[in-house]
Design a protein around this ligand. Structure first.
Ligand code: GDP
Ligand code: MG
Length: 287
């Protein structure tokens, strides 16, 4: 049995979350058309007869600092990047560097590449979105081949060549025993902080519903998770924002928006956990 931990690195929107989700076969990390939705690293476990691979998705970590002039977000990006470097130093056996060949390389990509170059681990260049033919800047990535131990072309979204990727990863993993996945987590197959996972899920839905009206002005706190006697999984959570105005916006006329956000989050969490969920969701202001 091959066992090990794999970190996914790549700029926002390259397809890291989609790749993890489709490899693991259920929704784990959060995917979103908006970059930086997931601020924390998420872990998901892939298992088959021959391998057990823990994927560490490090989403949104390489946020652009330069173009963002607001101080708070610059500070945030820096902290997030530190977290990323810590993640990468921590027991990682293989690095997957995910690139989107339909986007030009640019400064952001080069920064990430700079970090990847410093890591002394087996590295796989994963060229994603090969289902898309144009535009293609494949040449801007292909010449990196020499620097990587393997190169794999995939479509995370269309599930293309994913077994091949698992095969390549396995080459760099050591023989070991299967790790037992804790069962007291809401999702048995997931190896991640469940409260954080739930909070990120709610946050994502809030962004989807609110769109650009409220960019990044909220955080979500999960206060309580409890399995009730009647079988319902009870979750108490708060969306916290900085201004009364925003609170009104999130709640929406007649409470419609918060209802939609809650219901979207609940449905996804039910799928992810295989349990019936009661989500008690409130909005609060904290200046
Ligand atoms: P992340 O920020 O790196 O985690 O990227 P996501 O997984 O959230 O994906 C960003 C966007 O790219 C989403 O809209 C995905 O549906 C899309 N995407 C991811 N992988 C593929 C792929 O292989 N092909 C295509 N066409 N789209 C993809
Ligand atoms: Mg992501």
């Amino acid at each position: 049995m091959k066992v090990g931990t794999v970190a996914l690195v790549g700029r926002p929107n390259s397809g890291k979350s989609t790749l993890v989700n489709n490899l693991v076969g259920q929704k784990v990390a959060i995917t979103s058309p908006k970059p930086q939705t997931t601020q924390f690293s998420m872990q998901a476990v892939y298992q088959d007869e021959d391998a057990q691979i823990i994927f560490v998705d490090t989403p949104g970590i390489f946020a652009k600092v330069s173009r963002d002039t607001r101080l708070d977000s610059a500070v945030k990006s820096r902290q997030v990047n530190l977290a990323a470097e810590r993640t990468l130093k921590h027991d990682i056996d293989v690095i997957l560097y995910i690139v989107d060949h339909t986007r030009r390389r640019g400064i952001e990509e080069n920064r990430i590449l700079g970090i990847v170059r410093k890591i002394d681990r087996p590295k796989i260049l994963v060229i994603n979105k090969i289902d898309l033919k144009s535009p293609s800047y494949l040449a801007e990535y292909k010449f990196l081949e020499d620097e990587f131990d393997s190169v794999v072309e995939v479509s995370a979204l269309k599930n293309k060549h994913l077994p091949n990727l698992v095969h390549e990863i396995s080459k760099y993993l050591k023989e070991g025993d299967r790790i037992v996945i804790r069962e007291d987590m809401p999702t048995a197959a997931l190896n991640l902080d469940s409260k954080l996972y739930i909070a990120e899920n709610i946050r994502e839905k809030a962004f989807l519903v609110l769109r650009d009206e409220l960019p990044y002005k909220i955080r979500v706190v999960v206060d309580e998770t409890k399995k009730r006697k009647n079988g319902l999984f009870y979750i108490k959570a708060r969306i916290i924002t900085t201004d009364k105005r925003y609170k009104k916006m999130i709640i929406g006329a007649g409470g419609l928006r918060i209802k939609i956000i809650g219901s979207m989050a609940r449905k996804e969490l039910e799928v992810a956990t295989g349990q019936k969920i009661y989500l008690d969701l409130k909005v609060e202001v904290e200046e």
